[in-house]
Design a protein around this ligand. Structure first.
Ligand SMILES: Cc1ncc(C[n+]2csc(CCOP(=O)(O)OP(=O)(O)O)c2C)c(N)n1
Ligand SMILES: [Mg+2]
Length: 327
């Protein structure tokens, strides 16, 4: 289905927002203003493209790689920056955004998404769930359980696998003997499709079909979005010892935001002025976001323990009784 010009601009705007978030977040990490950060550079076509097929009622289950995905629903950048700063104001109420909390354990959110989708079906409520995870997650038991369960229950679930070729330093060839990850879908009895992970419109189209099928009672779909990771796994990783650096250079030249931009310029939908304005707005949102995050008072360290124990051990109970540190 052809998107209207206004939709194409909105899709591009979301990609720019995600790109600028990622680039600024890396700088903030280097400046010591946020903690470890999972770099999402060149994953924007998958994140913006797939979620573009969702309605506001639909649920998103992100992994750490999709940490800024709330931006596509209007979540303030400060919230996500606070998450990476380990500050409680970075914990949102999932019901407020129909956005589950970010899963750092690999694949453990796939059964959660399957359960939510099945629950929607049982209650006769509208809405589908979309879970994002990586190629490495397909080797996890939790992925298998979630995918199988969703298929058996014909739950309205869309599984979006970001196949960037690497699980930190483990290449896809060490994860599976399957020719493609999409082939795994057959074993669960669900449709599996493979798309170019740098082509936002192709990802959108695959997601649109999957969402439509899910809404119509046709059960889950597995989407494998293929690309090659061009940035380190995260800020604590140095991939030079394991990655194909020539391929990285090559892939960087084909990066996905510039690709959609070129297509939309050719269609006469984007021009210099609009491109500059959207980037400027995203940069301003980030400047305001980090300022807002840093203006918040630091969290009370006792919070770390408050929700960890029903009956705290005596030493911790004594610490919790102390006055909160001032400043
Ligand atoms: C259950 C579990 N095992 C191990 C880890 C450590 N770990 C963090 S990221 C990662 C690699 C995951 O790769 P992939 O699923 O391909 O996602 P990507 O990071 O490439 O987006 C691993 C093994 C973890 N977070 N959770
Ligand atoms: Mg991966």
């Amino acid at each position: 289905m052809r998107l209207a010009d206004a939709d194409l601009i909105e899709l591009y705007r979301r990609m720019v927002l995600l790109r600028v978030f990622d680039e600024r977040a890396l700088v903030y990490h280097r400046q010591g203003r946020i903690g470890t950060y999972a770099i999402a550079w060149n994953h924007e076509a998958i994140q913006a493209g797939a979620t573009f097929a969702l309605a506001d009622d639909d649920w998103i289950f992100p992994s750490y790689r999709e940490s800024p995905i709330g931006l596509v629903r209007g979540m303030p950048p400060a919230t996500i920056l606070q998450w990476w700063r380990g500050h409680p104001s970075g914990w949102w109420n999932p019901l407020e955004w129909n956005l589950a909390s970010i899963s750092v354990p690999v694949g453990s959110h796939v059964p959660h998404a399957a359960g939510l989708a099945w629950g929607k079906k049982l209650k006769g409520e509208p809405g589908v769930a979309m879970a994002f995870f990586g190629d490495g997650a397909t080797s996890e038991g939790a992925f298998h359980e979630g995918a199988n369960f969703a298929a058996v229950m014909q739950a309205p679930l869309v599984l979006v696998c970001n196949n960037n070729g690497w699980a930190i330093s483990t290449p896809i060839s060490a994860q599976t003997r399957a020719e493609t990850l999409a082939d795994k879908a057959k074993g669960y009895g669900m449709p599996g499709v493979r798309v170019d992970g740098l082509d936002a419109l192709a990802v959108y189209e695959a997601a649109r079909e999957a969402v439509e099928r899910a809404r119509a009672g046709g059960g889950p779909t597995f989407i494998e979005a293929v690309h090659y990771r061009v940035a380190p796994h995260g800020t604590a990783d140095d991939p030079r010892s394991y990655i194909d650096l020539e391929r990285v250079e090559d892939e960087r030249r084909r990066e996905c935001v510039g690709r959609l931009e070129a297509e939309l310029r050719e269609r006469g939908v984007l021009d210099d002025e609009l491109v500059a304005r959207l980037r400027r707005e995203a940069e301003e949102a980030m400047r305001a976001g980090i300022a807002e995050a840093e203006a918040e008072p630091p969290a009370d360290p006792r919070l770390v323990f408050e929700h960890a124990y029903a009956d705290p051990p005596p030493q911790i109970a004594a610490l919790l009784r102390q006055e909160a540190p001032s400043g």
